[in-house]
Design a binder for this molecule. Structure first.
Ligand code: MG
Length: 392
């Protein structure tokens, strides 16, 4: 049975961050919505992701989801209320016939895999299950003049969170029936299910799984993300053989030489190794996958395009490049006269400080194919610092 995640991000609420709806505000370098989506994209129990966005938010959505998961469906537009937005999303999911759906607020970026697990597990025994936390604060009822009229019994009270899980057919039917009956202002989907008579199970959410509503929430979330950096490293290796020619491209610098390097692109072995190091640091395939040498678009292409695209992929993943380091292995040409130009060129392509770019070279003492001057090899490494997803 397939399980869909329906993420509601159609709200206009912008009191948190000025002109931008809060789901597009960045925390720890990544949009709130992108973090909420990642939890479902990374979860093996989720097969499809449908996002409901606000009218006019297509561009914001596109930039927030640039490194899209294969599970992600094209977004649909929301309606005038949250309930109408969910209904639109459910209707869009009909063609995919999921067995179950988990409905989640796009402004809850800290939903964890554990919470998703618990909701999914509860759905095997109950037609509906929601994440929730027991109320910890004492609840006051307001009377006239902002005076307390009563203290309410808090035992047995829970705050509903999302995800809220349902049998797909059940919740779709409940939403359609509620709409037809003129009930249009229910603030969560469990209320729609309860109205339709479905029993709803409570499972443990977490305090971290809070909905970000105010500027204070966003600031706190940003600090949380900044807490413990998630540092990745990647490595790359490449070889190109010498051929007839009068220059080579190495680390983005044209160097006059007795030979050229053979390759589909400009054969810049240093930038190729470095591109793979960046892709490796974020687990995003390799240069051959993104720029196949069977594609005529890359015939003779300058390799800074590959490196810039890898850097863009790092950025979209919420990453900052910490440092990069390239080692060129060859007997000739001599690298040291060009080292500073290479470092500056790489720093420029990656938009980073030159102090974070290393370029080194070595011969292989006449040994092997590089020693026999048959080609040039390059090694590269990179660190990428990704703003982490705080655990619940
Ligand atoms: Mg290559």
């Amino acid at each position: 049975m397939r399980t869909a995640a329906l993420i509601v991000a159609a709200g206009r609420g912008s009191r948190a961050c000025g002109p931008l709806p809060k789901q597009y505000a960045r925390i720890g370098g990544l949009p709130v919505l992108a973090r909420a989506m990642a939890a479902f994209a990374d979860h093996p129990g989720i097969d499809l992701i449908q996002v409901v966005i606000g009218g006019g938010d297509a561009t914001l959505y596109k930039s927030a989801t640039a490194s899209a998961s294969a599970k992600l469906l094209a977004p649909v537009e929301g309606g005038a209320t949250r309930q109408a937005s969910v209904r639109n999303g459910l209707r869009a999911l009909r063609t995919h016939q999921p067995g179950r759906v988990l409905i989640h607020d796009g402004a809850r970026p800290f939903v964890s895999a554990d919470i998703i697990d618990r909701v999914l597990a509860a759905l095997s025994d109950a037609p509906a299950a929601i994440a929730a936390v027991p109320l910890a604060d004492t609840v006051k009822k307001e009377g006239p003049d902002r005076r307390v009229a009563a203290t309410l019994e808090r035992a047995g009270l829970w705050r509903a969170q999302t995800p809220q899980g349902f049998g797909f057919a059940d919740i779709l039917a409940a939403h359609e029936a509620a709409y037809a009956a003129g009930h249009v202002d229910m603030t969560d989907d469990a209320a729609v299910a309860e109205w339709a008579g479905l029993p709803v199970a409570l499972v443990a959410g977490s305090e971290a799984n809070r909905k970000l509503t105010t500027a204070e929430d966003l600031a706190m979330a940003d600090r949380l993300c900044a807490g413990a950096p998630d540092v990745r490293t990647g490595s790359g290796f490449d070889v190109h053989r010498f051929t007839a020619g009068d220059h080579v491209w190495l680390c983005g610098v044209r160097i006059a030489h007795t030979h050229g390097l053979e390759g589909h692109s400009d054969a810049d072995v240093g930038l190729h190794a470095l591109t793979d190091a960046l892709l490796g640091a974020i687990g995003d395939g390799d240069i051959g996958q993104h720029f196949p040498n069977t594609d005529p678009r890359w015939k003779g292409a300058p390799s800074h395009l590959f490196l810039a695209e890898a850097a863009e992929r790092v950025r979209r993943r919420g990453g900052n490049i910490g440092n990069v380091d390239v080692t060129l292995l060859c007997e000739a040409p001599k690298i040291s006269p060009h080292r500073e130009a290479m470092r500056a060129r790489i720093a420029h392509i990656l938009a980073m400080d030159v102090g974070r770019v290393g370029v080194k070279a070595t011969t292989t003492e006449g040994l092997g194919f590089t020693g026999r001057r048959e080609g040039i090899a390059a090694l590269a490494s990179a660190t990428v610092i990704i703003a982490p997803h705080p655990s619940a």
